[in-house]
Design a binder for this molecule. Structure first.
Ligand SMILES: Cc1ncc(COP(=O)(O)O)c(C=O)c1O
Length: 383
């Protein structure tokens, strides 16, 4: 049987073999409770602190600024809700194309009286910095800006340094969801003014259900989960030792192989983009795959046709896993909130293809051939 092709690496990635080995060893050898003071506990605690040190090293933060969580969703909830509860934030500036973990947190905070303003974006999802600046200038409510580093559906990016400096200039906190970019782009927190940054292991070949938050040491938040004193009081509950070690191992691999992986993924993405343009008429892309865009994402807007409507289904049947818009809230098909915000009423059919260093040009050739079969097939006369 032909191997399936997995082009949905923005939804999640496969766990690296070396990460699996680290986690298996942790499950076998580090079964003590990290809070216990006897030898087994101390061994597990030391392993967790080693993982924290490694994560801090790769983003150039202090060890005390890294907190392990259950993933990107929890981390962003912690940043936004904690900033309102504990830092006196009364107003949040964000974008309509954030992940639902941010947008739905904003809904909850707005219901409590927090003012939420959305910055304007162009059709490619690019943040209009002059509008951001005019929002920052207006009023004197304590403000937090929450903008994602790269959009998970269309790949459009912000420049963290530029936005961070703007926030700093106007005395605003800055939270950024870097779930899609941690392990894919160098991030230097000592040089970039960021208050909160969030990451998730399963996007960089680590385990699901494990993530982290960077909280700049100037910002003291109260516990997000009340309980024991784990994670320096920020998050009660016995630590997920194997998950944390898996996260750190995956991040270490990602940053140790950053350049070669990035070059490979970019080559596969660009080759796919160019093959689509060469083989199909009237192809459009969402976002800006020729500009400031995450190299792992290609969001393709196919012209409307009966065949295009069944593309996702037919690609799956042909052994190709891709996503329609975003897969993060699969099940409910309300359309993509990102595309709705940027390209209202487009009749085009969007498929998000997203790549990893395991993908190849040969796989791209196979996907192009399948797309040709599916899209160029005449609809039956009885349809
Ligand atoms: C940009 C972005 N933020 C947040 C999340 C949520 O992360 P997690 O699945 O770890 O909760 C995802 C994907 O799932 C994402 O793509």
């Amino acid at each position: 049987m032909m191997q399936r092709i997995y082009f949905d690496n923005a939804a999640t990635t496969s766990v690296d073999e070396a990460v699996l080995a680290t986690m298996m060893e942790a499950l076998r050898e580090l079964s003590g409770n990290p809070s216990s003071i006897y030898a087994e506990g101390r061994k597990a605690r030391a392993a967790i602190e080693g993982a924290r040190k490694l994560v801090a090293h790769h983003v150039n933060a202090s060890i005390g600024e890294i907190f392990f969580t259950s993933g990107g969703t929890e981390s962003s909830n912690m940043a936004l809700k904690g900033a309102v509860r504990d830092l006196g934030v009364q107003r949040i500036i964000s974008s309509r194309t954030e992940h639902h973990c941010v947008l739905h947190s904003l809904d909850a905070l707005e219901a409590q009286g927090v003012q939420v303003d959305f910055v304007t974006q162009d059709e490619k999802g690019i943040i209009q910095l002059d509008h951001l600046e005019s929002l920052l200038q207006a009023g004197d409510a304590k403000t937090l800006v929450s903008l994602m580093h790269a959009n998970n559906e269309i790949g459009t990016m912000i420049d963290l340094g530029t936005v961070g400096q703007l926030c700093q200039q106007y005395g605003a906190y800055f939270h950024t969801d870097t779930v899609q970019t941690i392990g894919y782009f160098p991030i230097d927190l000592a040089q970039t003014p960021i208050s909160f940054l969030t990451g998730s292991a399963h996007k960089f070949h680590g385990p699901k259900g494990c993530g982290f938050i960077y909280i700049n040491q100037e910002n003291q938040l109260k516990p997000f989960i009340d309980g024991g004193s784990q994670e320096r009081n920020m998050r009660g509950g016995t630590e997920n030792t194997a998950g944390i070690l898996g996260l750190a191992k995956a991040l270490d691999l990602a940053y140790s192989h950053l350049e070669e992986r990035a070059a490979h993924i970019r080559d596969v993405r660009d080759y796919f983009r160019d093959q689509l343009l060469a083989n199909f008429e009237d192809i459009e892309f969402n976002g800006d795959p020729f500009g400031a865009s995450h190299y792992k994402v290609l969001s393709v807007a196919f012209p409307p046709s009966p065949q295009a409507e069944l593309l996702l289904f037919n690609l799956d049947v042909a052994g190709i896993s891709v996503s329609g818009g975003s897969a993060c809230s699969s099940g409910a098909d309300a359309g993509s909130h990102v595309l709705n915000a940027l390209k209202k009423d487009s009749p085009r059919q969007t498929i998000r293809f997203s790549f990893s260093h395991h993908n190849t040009r040969e796989e791209v050739d196979r996907v192009i051939a399948e797309l040709q079969k599916i899209l160029k097939k005449r609809p039956s006369l009885t349809q």
